[in-house]
Design a protein around this ligand. Structure first.
Ligand code: GDD
Ligand code: MN
Length: 378
């Protein structure tokens, strides 16, 4: 029974007796069977700490958000952010941390692979001002990732090396999904972070460029309790994009790099189609070139919809509308490309530089306009 007497209501309306110390941010996608248990584990691990947990759910089909809402109704330490029309681990973590009012925020997986018993230690390192960022590390003495199969262990090791070398990062486990950070420091970095991809910690470390005092604490990466991993081959692409973006000091964005990569596959598709239509179907050049351009644009559109903009993927009828708009954007892009190339060429600059300038103009135009009109944020 809920006590609705005026006295009881007044008590509930009081500000918290102890100010909030820690928000635990948990991104979720199809984790219905894990969230309750995680909550109870946090409760046990954080006795004596004023904490809350913010689940950021991307409208999971399994109804994770409904389970969390019910928890939140019973206990205000559980909070739920339900995002609609968006997908992505990094973006979910960013929104969760920004929704917190606590001075410190932790990020951890919902599937109980991270060790919640480390949280108190991580918090005391931050509260004593010994660090700005504490990482739960698999790759230092005392930590491990035994639950990984050979293949994933190998990939993880290579990716870690690449990140460390390319971005001059000294942290042993920059790809960990388990960390705790001062919220004020995070808030400063947030506008520069990528909402796409899986590697939020790597992004935070690279974006901070040495301005964070980092401490690693060892933990054992356990096995997933219920459900399955959402890590797929796309994650590798996102990862490379992130490293390139940070390597270029954010001159190149992850999305732009993916868009340009897709564009270069389009060149290949174009020439293959041109060859097939010309040689195998023996059509005249103008027709063949037209078909090749159409096929290349269509394949670019499909790839961009699956890769570059997979967090905003167009579905159903929106695909047709998007495709037509994409043709339009690319058509104008081609004019811009040729125009710029001509202008440069007329300045008596070598043909290949003029061509490159045109191509660059084309891809920048297509990218900017596609973002505005084809995959615009609803
Ligand atoms: N909101 C939201 N949106 N949450 C997501 C999404 C998404 O698109 N994708 C995954 N999640 C949630 C999962 O529900 C889970 O709670 C957490 O993010 C981690 O996802 P997993 O699918 O369990 O990833 P993993 O265990 O394979 O990878 C973990 O370990 C890696 C280190 O090897 C993650 O912590 C990675 O960030 C980490 O790099
Ligand atoms: Mn996991």
């Amino acid at each position: 029974m809920i006590d609705a007497s005026p006295a009881a209501v007044a008590t509930r309306a009081q500000p918290a007796a102890v100010p909030l110390q820690l928000s635990v941010v948990v991104p979720t996608f199809n984790e219905r069977d894990n969230v309750e248990l995680l909550f109870r584990k946090l409760e046990a691990a954080l006795a004596g700490v004023a904490w809350e947990v913010i689940f950021v759910d991307d409208n999971s089909p399994d109804g994770t958000w409904q389970v969390v809402r019910e928890m939140a109704r019973r206990d205000p330490r559980a909070r739920c952010i339900r995002r609609i029309g968006r997908r992505g681990l990094s973006g979910a973590c960013i929104e969760g941390i920004l929704a917190s009012g606590a001075p410190f925020a932790a990020v951890m997986d919902a599937d109980l692979q991270h060790d919640e018993t480390q949280l108190a230690k991580m918090l005391s390192l931050l509260e004593s001002n010994a660090a700005d960022l504490v990482i739960g590390s698999r790759y230092i003495e005392g930590g491990s990732a035994d639950s990984f199969d050979r293949q994933r262990a190998g990939i993880s090791a290579i990716a870690t090396q690449v990140a460390q070398k390319a971005l001059k990062i000294e942290v042993a486990d920059p790809m960990s999904g388990f960390f705790m950070i001062r919220r004020d420091r995070f808030e400063q970095l947030a506008p520069e972070l990528s909402t796409q991809g899986f590697k939020i910690l790597l992004d935070v470390i690279a974006t901070a460029r040495g301005s964070l005092r980092i401490v690693e604490v060892p933990f054992t990466f356990g096995s997933r309790l219920h459900g399955e991993s959402k890590l797929d081959s796309m994650v590798a692409l996102d990862f490379l994009g992130l490293v390139l973006a940070k390597f270029s000091h954010d001159v190149l964005s992850l999305r732009f790099i993916l868009f340009a990569l897709v564009g270069s596959t389009g060149v290949v598709v174009h020439f293959v189609t041109l060859f097939v239509v010309l040689k195998l179907f023996e059509q005249p050049f103008a027709e063949a070139q037209g078909v090749a351009a159409l096929v290349a644009m269509t394949s670019n559109f499909i790839l961009n919809n699956f890769l570059t903009y997979r967090d905003q993927r167009l579905k159903g009828f929106a695909i047709v509308r998007g495709l037509l708009l994409f043709y339009l954007v690319c058509g104008v892009g081609l004019l811009a490309n040729v125009g710029v190339a001509f202008a440069v060429y007329n300045e008596h600059i070598t043909w290949w530089l003029a061509g490159a300038a045109g191509a660059l103009m084309g891809v920048v135009w297509n990218y900017a306009m596609s973002g505005l009109f084809v995959w615009r944020k609803r």
